[in-house]
Every structure is written in structure tokens, then in C-alpha cells.
Design a protein. Sequence first.
Lengths: 308, 320
Amino acid sequence: MLANLIGRFFQGILVLFVLFTVTFFLIKALPGGPFKSAEKAIPKHIREKIEAYYGLDQPVQVQYFRQLKNLLHGDPGLSLRLEGREVTEIISQAFPVSLRLGLAAMAIAICVGIPLGVIAAWKKNTLLDYSAMALAMIGICIPAFVIGPLLADQFGRRMNLLPAMGWDPTDPTSWVLPAVTLGLATAAYLSRLTRAGMLEILSQDYIRTAKAKGVGSFRMLVRHCLRGGLIPAVAFIGPAFAGIISGSVVIESVFAMPGLGMHFIKAIEVGDSPVILGIVMLYGTLIIIANFLTDLLGLWLNPRLRKS
Amino acid sequence: MEKSSSLWKDAGHRLSRNHAAMVSVVALFLIIAACIILPAIPEFIQDPDLQNLPNKNIAPSAGHWFGTDHLGRDILSRVLSGGRISIAVGLITTLVSVSIGVCWGALSGYAGGKTDAFMMRVVDVLYALPFLIVVILLGKTLEPLTAQLTKLAVAWFSPPGSASAAINKTTAWVEPITTLVPLFIAIGALSWLTVSRIVRAQVQSVAKQEFVEAARSLGLGHFRILFRHILPNTLGPIIVYTTLTIPGVMLLEATLSFLGLGVKPPYSSWGILIDEGANRMLSNPWLLFFPTLFFATTLFALNFLGDGLRDALDPKSAKD
């Protein structure tokens, strides 16, 4: 187990290194550049000075190793788009917002999606199943940029129950609408995958044996089916979790929230490489951790795998 | 071999008895047929790009069944001609992504050990790569190819010596497809990651079951064991995830068109129409309602068809 853990740690570092290298050269290949915007053209001699200030006039390999060294020291440097702001500062302000929002959304998604999928599989091809799955499909068919404004309008402006927009860390009611909007699609995915996974298990011989032995249906569902039935949903949760806590542009723009997603998009638009690299490395780390935890959870759900 | 043909025959028979699946097949057929055939009949459907400002923002009525938008364009024709693009993009991308994902995940899960670790670390890297940057670069790289493809397709459909009006019409018909398809094949080739992780997890759990051991002791090769005996037992989650990928791709297309990478105006797609409709949903709700209706009906149908297929192909239900 310990050897496994150490192995995964070094694999993770290798993944991050490859990720850094590929992303760095992808950014370099982007057309345009941070100081070459078409709208407000900067005079050439000024642009050259700015680029020299940020070291963008140096050969690519020099920039690559400087950037790598900076990251190893845990400091990606200064943003090129937001003048004078450190990447670490941007991330440490925006990430907690996205993290909290993502955690709330994921909690909603798991609490709604998995029970819905289990019930649908248990009562397969009944009205209950069809209604649960129709509900899930509505969550999938109606995109967040439609559901979000509708919820904000209904519960925020008309009924005046919850804040329609904005982010107040001290006021949990301001998280409700964005978290629900963000969690709905994930809940829908989870319920579909849980149903599918449960159906695979429910048709297995050992379930028939359990039934024949007189195990009650609810007990059988929880003790015998849930573990195996959750395998596909868990494989989905890992990466989805990393994605959901690292920011969502749609939710942030609908509810005016200062999260990480908008910074990322804006940074890509202008080729702000320190910010892009900072966020990509953060996201990569989250993905590695999430997939590692998913694999561990998979081992727990799947006792047959542990023997080998 | 006789046995395998009866497997498919059985499945077809079981599928045909599933009412939800059969209704879905009919609905899908009607939508696809309407999107392909009707926009080509000018008497029935007006030009989707025809602007008619005096007729702007009309609610659904006898003249315009689905109403008109802020430029007086007929929503019915826009929904139908946009559907062609959305369906093409959704199906092609999903096909590419699911095929790669299933093979990658199945091999990784079946091989285990170092191969599995390597394949899954590749997935980790690809997950974290900034998708948007890759797509922007792909769009730029593929541009010459798509231009060439459009030319070829136009030449293929219009015989030499056609009138320029006819050529323009053919161009308008093929251009949105030929410019998008290469990009979305490439996107499909990048977005198989979650499928592969799901398939890997399922394969790992099935591969340890007794019947696989039995197959191995009969001397069956790895390839046959994996693709004939293990994968059919993981079909449920694969089919479900496939039907979940399609709406994602269709909406992604709308997001990309903001970056100038998706459908270019005046052409349209369901994703773009839903997006435009969402901006005016409180004042002109029909702009959102009709594209969403078509989008949702297609997805519901695909979904019930997928569930029906899963039930029909389930090796365990053969005796029922």
C-alpha cells in the first residue's frame, strides 16, 4: 500500500511536468499575444519595453526554464493581463470561492443524483423510474445558462427568498442558487450512471441468490447492490469533482461571482501565460488527487480487485 | 457463428417489443428527416437567413409557426436547418470519443499493472490540458483542410457548368458541415477521458468474475475475452454515457461559436439558438422554447433508445 502510494506520488510529479511542458508550448503557439491586442494597439517601442520587462523578448527555451523554476518555487510570477498582480494572489482570492461553491454543488449532486438513480434502477420500467429519469434528462437538456437566470428570476427577484446574484462568504444563502444551478447537471449525470451501474448488478447471479435466501429488498439494495452499482458513478465523480471546484464561467457570469473560471477564460483570451499555467497546474494537481482517491474508492467498492 | 447471429436477432426482437424505444426510433427518424429534407424545399420552409425587419419578434402564428427573432428570421426554418448541424456534430463527435474511450479504458482495465498506470497517467495529463487553447489551435490548424473539403464537396454536388446561384445554394448547404466536422472529430479525439475511466472501472470489476476465468481456461485469447465476453457486460454504463455525451457536444458547439470556432453566422445550430433564446427568454420565450423542444425531444429519444438497447443486449436477460 505504501509502495503504491509512493509510486503514485512520483507518477503525479511526472504528470505535472509533462502537463507543464505541453501547456507552455501550447500557449506559445497561440496566435496574438498579451500585448498585441487588435483593439488598443500599443506603439511598437512601448510594447517591446513591456515585453522586455516580463522577459518575453528572450528565447523560448530561456522563458521555459525560467517559468519552470518559478513554478518549482511555488510562484508562477506576475499576471500579464492584470497589471502588478501576482498569480498566487489571484488564485488565493478566487479559488476559495470556486472551491466552496463546488463543494456545495457536489454535495447537492450526490445527495440528489445517487438516490434518484438507485430508486430508478430498483423500480425499473415503472412510472417512478420514468419520472426520475425524465427529471434527470431535463437537468441535462436545459443548460446552466438557462436554468441559472430562471432560478435567479423566480427565487431571487419575484419571491425575494434568496439573493439573486453576488457572493458573500459570510452569508450562506447567497451560495444556494449558484450551487443548485451548478449541481443540477452533475446530479443528472450521476443519476443516469447510478441507474446503469445498479442495473448491471441487479441482474447478477449473486443478487438472485441473496433474494432466494430471503434478504429483504431494501437491505439487499444497500448491502449487496450499492457497492458494485456505484462503480461507474464513482469513476465519473472523481474528474467531475476536480472540474467543478476549479470554477465555472457560466455560473460565475450568471451570478456575478468572483471565481476562478472567469480568470482562466480571460487569461486564455489574451495569452496571459503565468495565470494560465498557474491555474492549469492547480487543476492538474486536483485531477491527480481526485483520480487517485477514485481508484482507492474503487478498490473499496470492488473487493475482488484487492486480492491481486 | 450461428449463435452470434441469433444473439443479434434476439436483441432486435426484444428491442422491437420495447414501446418507449420504438417511439424514440420514430421520433428520431422524423426529426432527422425533417432537418435534412425540409430546408431543401423553398416552398415549405423559407430561407433560414432571410431577414425581414418589419416582421421582427412575431410570436408564433399562422405565418410563422415558431415565430420570428429580432431580425425577422423565421424560427422554424432556423431550428430545422440548425438541427442538421447539431445532429451531425453531436453524433460524429460522440462516435469518435466513445470508440476511443471504450478501447482505451477496456485495454487499461484489462491489462492492469504498469500498462494501466501509464495509460491512466496519459488520461490525467489530457484531463488537465487547457481544452480551450487546444481547440483554438486545432481550429487554426484545420482551417486550410476544411476550406479544401468545402471546395471538394461543392464540386461533388454541383456538376460542372451549374449556375452560380445553384453553386451558392450548395455551398450554403455543405459549408457549415464541412467546416465543423474536422474540428469536431478532433474534439471527439480529445474528449474520451471520462468514458475511458468509466469503462476501465467496469472492466476491472467484470474481469475478476468467474465466467471470465472460465473463458480463459477454455483457451480463449485476450482480445476475444475482452471484446466478446467482458465488454458486453459493461454495455449499460457505456450506452448511458454515450447518450449523455451528445447534449454536451451540441452545447459545446455553441460555446465555441462565440470564439469564432463553431458555426459561423448566418448559419445556426440548436446550441446557438438556445443561447440566443436564453438572452431574450423573459420577453420572447418562443425563441428559447422551440429550439429547446427539438433539442430535448432528440435527447429524450436517444436516451430511451439507449436504455432499450441496453436491455435488449443484456446477456443476462436472454432467458426472459
